[in-house]
Design a protein around this ligand. Structure first.
Ligand code: PRX
Length: 644
């Protein structure tokens, strides 16, 4: 009755309306396109007060049967994953659906052999190799909850996440290749495990064959375990490992993300709703057609990789290109080489990558055939018009629709985007909501904004009125944190933390975070988290961190630091602080600028006035607003003078 794939603007409008007027009927119809062991009793139960959201409750399924098994009869030999190594001279790998099935079953058996059960937490810290996908899907197959940690996080960050998730198992590699670097993943894990008492087993895949310590009884080689599992489950050339029957609302994974408090939150997604949403949005936003080759350049350590390298494309029976390296290695033509080599049809990348590649000019594009491209996408941060046009003109040659997709770790999949070639695009605007997504712009008090501002747009904080299937269900181990973070600011609304504009047609433009969260190269970092890390440095008395506009990264990190000036050598102290942040969080959180100050602008009640620091960091020195309420307005002059 409702088309799974929307094929015209008219149809989008009708579908959107239907999804709002009859959400249960609509999503039940969409869900018919999946494989269920048992169908749902109820499509949706919810309240945003607790919050409690249940989609398709009573249904039984396993997401890996949807991502793999259901495709085997008709396209077992079709590539599910095409893997491009960091080093272009190394052999590439093509993983067919049959092969994926075999490996995932094998790895599920490995997990079982090592005592992993449904509901157990498995931490995955690996580079971008097919084994990472096997590990994720192997967990999903037996119902274990995976928690992937991005390779740029430090041992301390991993230790915190292991503790929070009470993880008992780890899957990692000896090392990972990223551009010219070898990252010693196992050694970082070893550091993270000092003092840890919950982790029972660490499975180590050999990628770089860098020397690693292997503790008897705890550390196991992936290869040995897989070989043993193969002999166990192979019967007459047929491999099978029965998928665990999961409830619709059983947790599928945890993914940690930064908020405005000092501690990252474990965002929990569940099986059925996440599967339906990632598949539906993949097929519609990118207008996926059977046979299309889809290249998402994200790392699987972030939500984009979970939803649009692994779950969405595989559930749709697509072929996902997985790239181990970075866009500038061995040179800035690497993405274009990959597109040319495999004849990629859909490219999904981040504004920060586009801006960085723009900086190399058109030379790296010379001789690269990009004519296979049909659709371009961006995600992760607002895209500036210049980058949008560069992408459209030089990569898409003005014949590929550009989709600007807005979403978050907490939303599981894309919530606002044009549908490629179906609904109109508008440079630097994410445009229209997906079916089922009811947006509202509110003011500081939670009142719906109905009056346009002087630019002719509705402007305010972006909220959502009702649940979509992949909404965050909880923050792991602390449900009240979930309520406080997302559902308390404005009663009965999900608060995104983003500011937005809305035009007369109903298009949305995301202007950026309105809370204390930074978006650095598309990575989310909480200012409080960075401050905590800086404050761990022995010489630091106090610090305040704000964002400032950065040409390549979107936002840079600016730290104002009061130190005890023990060495008298600012530069050395600065380096010490960077080292400390790298240890506590990881290199991604290193401040771009550290300004030493004697005092911070505080109110009489002791609250730091970040508004003032933000203005100074942005270089807007003459528009600091009212500073008379400060305890000591004199500090502002000193800070202004020392601006970097
Ligand atoms: O501020 C928004 C920005 O990224 C935040 C979510 O970050 P994260 O959970 O790490 O997920 C990133 C990948 C989905 C949002 O709150 N953001 C994401 N996409 C866009 C965006 N800002 C503007 N335009 C986008 N298309």
């Amino acid at each position: 009755m409702y088309p799974f794939q929307i094929t015209s603007f008219e149809q989008y409008k009708e579908t959107y309306q239907e999804s709002i007027n009859h959400p249960e009927k609509f999503w039940a119809a969409v869900a018919e396109n999946f494989q269920w062991r048992k169908k749902w009793d109820n499509v949706l139960n919810w309240n945003f007060k607790e919050p409690k959201v249940e989609w398709f409750s009573g249904a039984k399924l396993n997401i890996t049967e949807n991502c793999i098994d259901r495709h085997l009869a008709t396209m077992g030999d079709k590539p599910a994953i095409i893997w491009e190594p960091n080093n272009p001279d190394e052999r590439t790998r093509t993983v067919t659906y049959n092969r994926l099935h075999k490996r995932v079953c094998q790895f599920a058996q490995v997990l079982k052999n090592n005592g992993v059960k449904k509901g157990d937490r498995v931490c995955i810290y690996m580079g971008m190799i097919p084994e990472l996908a096997y590990a994720i899907l192997g967990c999903a197959r037996i119902g274990a909850i995976h928690s992937v940690i991005f390779g740029g996080f430090s041992a301390q960050s991993i230790a915190d996440r292991l503790f929070d998730a009470q993880a008992e198992y780890i899957v990692t590699c000896d090392g990972a290749y990223r551009g010219g670097k070898d990252i010693p993943l196992k050694s970082v894990i070893d550091d993270a495990l000092i003092g840890n008492r919950t982790v029972k087993k660490v499975i180590v895949y050999t990628r770089t064959r860098t020397p690693v310590s292997m503790l008897k009884g705890r550390d196991l080689w992936w290869e040995d375990e897989m070989e043993y599992a193969e002999t166990q489950i192979e019967k007459e050339g047929v491999v099978s490992f029965p998928a665990e029957e999961m409830d619709a609302e059983d947790p599928l994974f945890i993914l940690y993300t930064s908020g405005s408090t000092g501690k990252p939150k474990g965002v929990v997604h569940t099986c059925a709703g996440y599967m339906v949403w990632t598949t539906y949005t993949f097929v519609n936003v990118f207008q996926y057609k059977p046979g299309d080759l889809f290249f998402c350049t994200a790392d699987i350590g972030w939500i984009t990789g979970h939803s649009y390298i692994v779950y969405g494309p595989l559930s749709a029976g697509g072929t996902s290109v997985m790239f181990e390296g970075i866009p500038t290695y061995p040179d800035a033509g690497r993405f274009w080489d990959i597109i040319d080599k495999y004849k990629v049809n859909i490219l999904y990348t981040a504004p920060t990558a586009i801006r960085s590649l723009m900086g190399f000019g058109l030379e790296p594009l010379k001789g690269k055939d990009l004519s296979s491209l049909k659709i371009l996408g961006t995600v992760g941060e607002p895209i500036n018009e210049e980058a949008w046009h560069w992408y459209d003109e030089n990569i898409g040659k003005k014949k590929c629709p550009v989709v600007d997709t807005w979403w978050q770790t907490e939303t599981g999949g894309i919530l606002i985007s044009n549908l490629a070639g179906i609904t109109p695009s508008k440079p630097s605007w994410a445009t229209l909501p997906m079916p089922g997504v009811q947006l509202v712009i509110v003011d500081e008090n939670g009142k719906e904004v109905r009056e346009k501002d002087d630019t002719g747009f509705l402007k305010g904080n972006l909220c959502i009125k009702a649940p979509w299937p992949a909404i965050i269900r909880t923050t792991y181990g602390d449900h009240d944190r979930c309520r406080k973070n997302y559902f308390e600011t404005y009663p009965n609304l999900y608060f995104t933390g983003d500011g937005a504009l809305k035009d007369d047609i109903g298009n949305y433009r995301i202007t950026g975070r309105v809370d204390d969260v930074l978006n650095v190269s598309g990575h989310r970092i909480g200012t409080a988290e960075v401050e905590n890390a800086i404050n761990m440095h022995a010489g630091v008395v106090e610090s305040a961190v704000v964002g400032y506009p950065h040409d390549l990264k979107g936002q840079g990190i600016y730290a104002f630091v009061i130190d005890n000036n023990r060495h008298g050598d600012e530069d050395l102290t600065r380096k010490d602080i960077l080292q400390t942040v790298t240890r506590i969080i990881g290199p991604i959180a290193k401040p771009d600028k550290i300004q030493f100050v004697k005092g911070l602008p505080k109110t009489r009640s002791g609250k730091i006035m970040r508004r003032i620091l933000r203005k100074i960091a942005e270089g807007d020195l003459n528009n600091l607003g009212d500073i008379t309420t400060l305890l000591d307005p004199g500090v502002v002059e000193e800070i202004k003078k020392g601006k970097l």
